[in-house]
Write a protein that binds this ligand. Sequence first.
Ligand code: PLP
Length: 375
Amino acid sequence: MTGFVFSEKPIGIERGEGVSLYDTDDREYLDFGASYACAPVGHCHPEVLAATTEQLETLTYVQASYPNAARTALYDSLADVAPGDVDRVWLCNSGTEANEAALKFARHATGRPEIVATMQGFHGRTMGSLATTWEDAYRAGFGPLAGGVEFVPYGDGEAMREAVDAETAAVIVEPVQGEGGVNPAPTAYLETVREATAAAGAAMILDEIQTGLGRTGTLWAADGHGVVPDVLTTAKGLGSGLPVGATLVREWIAAEAGDHGSTFSGGPVVSAAAGATLDVIEREGLPAHAADVGDYLVSGLRETLGDAVREVRGEGLLVGVEVKRGANPVLRDLAMEHRILALPAGRSVVRLLPPLTVEREHADRVIDALEAIVA
Ligand SMILES: *Cc1c(COP(=O)(O)O)cnc(C)c1O
């Protein structure tokens, strides 16, 4: 074994189907986080597979400056579903690159240096995005990072108003802090960010890399709050597990975005996968389904776990259970004894983010398992 960045878990996943994963002994696990929000339509969805393999056999790659049909179709699909007029599209290979581009575009379009980010926020691990990521554990030893970043407390409208001024290029913010502990923003807070940036001529960048594509119960969390940002970034679920990210911007940013590029931008295969994923999400009404099963899960968890946990919070199928002791022992029991794979968010939060296709019966299994572990 030669990898060194990740510590590996003691379960070898071999295949996936729908909301289930199977290990090398063909034992089934319920995926409530193992796919990291990257399987919104479930594992190995036949339509995504068909579109992707057909594209792979037709044209795997062509230089980004030639149009390709799959990319053109994806531009159109994203523009169709974009909030408001945030409909100019840049495609890249990951979440951090989508934010990296957002920050570059905002600085170039405004001609200003400063970025406002939020405490506990997570925006990725490349040098620019990392500079807007709060937690020291992600940053330590990698400096100097990109400069000009100021952090304000998440959810504090007054602090946001004070921080945004004529030097501000952009505010970057998540509608629900994912890595930071599953912290949903109230609508009023996002409205304040919107007003403050608009008044200062700065860009509002909404990081929907984890929340996008139906997870919070609307296609974009922005839709649920009725807030239209200047830039929206998304990635995780977009390619159903293939690496593709998108930076959606308004015309005033697109017109002055500056020079940017990437060899793999909008490659035919990932574009086909993303186009098919979006089609399935829309046609099967998965955002509304996520809202329904998410509400069922949250109220079931609250009712069943009660005082045995500190809090259950979330939006749609991005749910955090704040436990009284560390999240890791709970996650281990969930996986080893109940065959449910979930994720931590910080030290004490168990994060549940299954494919959007999960049903109430799957939610019941998770509620019962958590009850057995913590109650
Ligand atoms: C995962 C994530 C990122 C980074 O995405 P990568 O694809 O890992 O680079 C950025 N922002 C948010 C909110 C995320 O959840």
